[in-house]
Design a binder for this molecule. Structure first.
Ligand code: C2E
Ligand code: MG
Ligand code: MG
Length: 653
């Protein structure tokens, strides 16, 4: 409590204010003391001068008296001259006293001057009587002068005594004042000293707080606020330090980069609070499983890094990574919900596969993405894999250019009604007319595009090209139903339904003539979002089909929730239908289920006539496969249609 009070700004301000007041008081006291000393000196000097002048008057009286006595004793004219010159000798001193004397002395001085005037007059009369030779008159006046001189001396004596008394009273008063000043000064000095001590304590406590804050802010700058482990800056420092040491001692340093799997899902479904709890749990598990010399840091999001200085070999680094994964993989309790934790770790080793800290980080990152993509758990950086990934990256760059240059072309694979052989529509399948490598199948670039944002412009491109072809067929007099494949990311994009509606409107195409083929993975990734987008598309009038049905791992409950029109049984069940009883059973079950839900069924990968017949016998609605037609360029479809007309030929008026 006291410490808090000392730290408070109010307390500091108050102490400084009081100290200022204290010092001002001390300064005031010193000033007052100087002034009163000066006053005392002046007063004492004035009193001294007055007393001394009165003393001088006393002496003047004595001189006059001496001169008189000499004159009387001598009784000759020679004695008259000293008497005449001594006459009124006190006059100038009395003048001085009148001018500089005390105001209180004025009356006394006036009386004295009158008496002195009378005295000197009598003396003059005596001299005149002496000059006249009237010795009787001289001795009578000498008696009178003697009495006057005695009275004047008494008066002067009394005045001097009074002044001495006054001086001593005044000095006693000054003594008392000095004593009071001494007491006040001592008190002020003590208070000031105490305030000074208080200020010093406050200053020290503030300094200590500033030092502590500096330590804290340095800790904050190097540590992650959520988990308390190191951050990117600390990691950089530690990696640099470990590399320097490794270079000096010919050691090996490993860097592990860990990314949690499905962290976004946990964050989205259980909330950010649980996401934070998970990150804290992961940080504590990682810290607990490492040596003191190792460093664990959070780089941001769900990405962690571990520096292992002086690790024996790449194999040892991999072992540590696998041990960390094992530690991570126990379920975490997040506010009562048990959540499975898993991650992907990339390992890079200095100096074996990286020459400096930047490469070490880059390589660990590349290895981590390889681990994630391949669901490997742990992946050690491998130059060849990295170069392949780099090539894939360059393919992506090329693909971007290919879209601009219109190098992507569509082939169309017809779908027919089983039994009748009538065409019911075509599926648009993209190919890349590569300037050097020739015609590339979608397997060479669609998965790469799906891993990047490029899948969005690519899907728009395919939709636009397919509708362009649809326009051309319509111009030739055939309105041919069309199916386009849609990747999961596109379906989940906010603007997808609007983009489809705009494309249909631009081409004045009937929405019912467009089927969008989606895979079950879209329904697993974000079922609610997928259901909402599909409902909007369905409202537009677009047909919806589940592609490669049977290969996903979705719960079949979605079949009821989502407004579908069609199921396409994956070709893995169809190509071996004849030889596999199991596949026959699966196809029958799917047919029954789909029909019960009011859905049409397409069998993909029909490679021979007997399979088509078998499917027809089972009640499968439509078939698609090499037996009927391979995917063919748009212009060739017209020839196909001549041999296999549309079931309900729609003619443009
Ligand atoms: P999918 O949508 O299931 O397309 C059918 C694939 O099976 C096509 O391969 C087709 O050539 C092949 N196929 C058809 N009949 C037979 C058969 O009797 N036997 C065998 N073995 N295969 C047959 P393709 O054209 O290589 O396309 C592969 C996949 O690439 C497609 O599978 C689709 O998932 C994807 N794809 C194609 N075009 C696009 C596109 O424009 N956008 C997206 N997102 N994906 C596309
Ligand atoms: Mg398809
Ligand atoms: Mg398919």
């Amino acid at each position: 409590m006291l410490t808090n009070a000392l730290r408070s700004k109010g307390m500091a301000r108050c102490a400084v204010f009081l100290l200022t007041v204290g010092l001002a008081t001390l300064a005031g006291l010193a000033l007052w003391s100087t002034r009163s000393t000066a006053q005392t000196t002046a007063r004492v000097r004035a009193l001294g001068e007055v007393t001394a002048t009165w003393g001088q008057v006393f002496l003047d009286l004595g001189v006059e008296n001496e001169a008189l006595n000499d004159y009387l004793r001598a009784g000759s004219a020679e004695g008259r001259s000293p008497l005449t010159s001594a006459l009124s000798s006190a006059g100038p001193h009395l003048e001085w006293l009148a001018a500089h004397g005390d105001a209180g002395d004025a009356d006394e001085l006036a009386t004295f001057r009158d008496t002195y005037g009378a005295y000197t007059d009598t003396l003059r009369q005596l001299i005149a009587a002496g000059n006249a030779g009237d010795s009787g008159q001289v001795s009578a006046l000498a008696q009178e002068v003697g009495l006057g001189a005695a009275s004047l001396r008494k008066q002067v004596d009394a005045t001097i005594s009074r002044h001495q008394l006054e001086l001593s009273d005044y000095l006693a008063e000054v003594d008392q004042a000095n004593h009071r000043l001494q007491v006040a000064s001592t008190v002020a000095l003590t208070v000031d000293f105490l305030l000074l001590v208080l200020c010093a304590i406050i200053l020290l406590s503030h300094q200590r707080r500033v030092e502590r804050q500096a330590v804290e802010s340095r800790h904050r700058a190097l540590h992650d606020s959520l988990t308390g482990i190191g951050n990117r800056v600390l990691l950089g420092d530690r990696v640099e330090g470990a590399l320097r040491l490794a270079e000096r001692n010919a050691e090996t340093v490993a860097l592990l980069l860990l990314d949690l799997n499905r962290f976004k899902e946990i964050n989205d479904t259980l909330g950010h609070h649980c996401g934070d709890l998970l990150l804290q749990e992961v940080a504590s598990r990682l810290s607990g499983a490492l040596r003191d010399s190792d460093t664990v840091a959070r780089l941001g999001g769900d990405e962690f890094a571990v520096v292992l200085p002086d690790i024996g070999s790449t194999a040892e680094a991999r072992e540590v990574a696998e041990r960390l994964l094992a530690v991570l993989q126990c379920p975490a309790d997040l506010d009562g919900t048990a959540v499975d934790v898993s991650g992907s770790i990339g390992v890079a080793v200095y100096p074996l596969d990286s020459r400096n800290s930047t490469e070490l980080l880059q390589h660990a990152d590349i290895a981590m993405y390889a681990a994630k993509r391949g669901h490997l758990g742990v992946a050690v950086y491998d130059m060849e894999t990295a170069q392949r990934d780099l090539r894939q990256l360059s393919v992506l760059g090329e693909l971007r250019r290919a879209l601009d240059e219109h190098e992507l072309v569509l082939h169309y694979q017809p779908k027919v009604y089983t039994g009748s052989g009538y065409t019911c529509g075509v599926e648009a399948l993209v190919r890349w007319q590569h300037p050097q490598r020739g015609l590339l199948g979608p397997g060479e670039f669609i998965p790469l595009a799906e891993d990047s944002e490029l899948i969005h412009p690519l899907t728009d491109y395919v939709l636009e090209a397919a509708l362009d072809q649809h326009d051309r067929w319509r111009d030739e007099g055939v309105v041919l139903p069309l199916a386009v494949n849609v990747a999961t990311q596109c379906l989940l994009a906010d603007t997808f339904a609007d983009r489809v509606a705009a494309a249909l409107a631009r081409h004045r195409a009937e929405p019912g003539h467009l089927t969008l083929e989606i895979t079950e993975s879209a329904l697993i990734a974000d079922p609610d979002r997928a259901a909402a987008v599909l409902a909007t598309l369905r409202q537009l009038g677009v047909r919806l089909s589940i592609d490669d049905f049977g290969t996903g791992y979705a719960s079949m409950a979605y079949l009821q929730r989502i407004p579908l029109d069609e199921l396409k049984i994956d070709r893995c069940f169809i190509t071996t239908l004849q030889s596999s009883h199991g596949n026959q059973a699966i196809v029958r079950a799917v047919l029954e289920l789909a029909h019960a839900l009011g859905l049409e069924v397409v069998a993909e990968g029909v490679e021979d006539g007997s399979t088509e017949t078998a499917l027809s016998d089972m009640g499968c609605d439509m078939a698609q496969g090499y037996h009927l037609s391979r995917p063919i360029p748009g212009p060739e479809v017209t020839a196909w249609l001549a041999a296999h007309p549309l079931h309900v030929p729609a003619r443009v008026p």
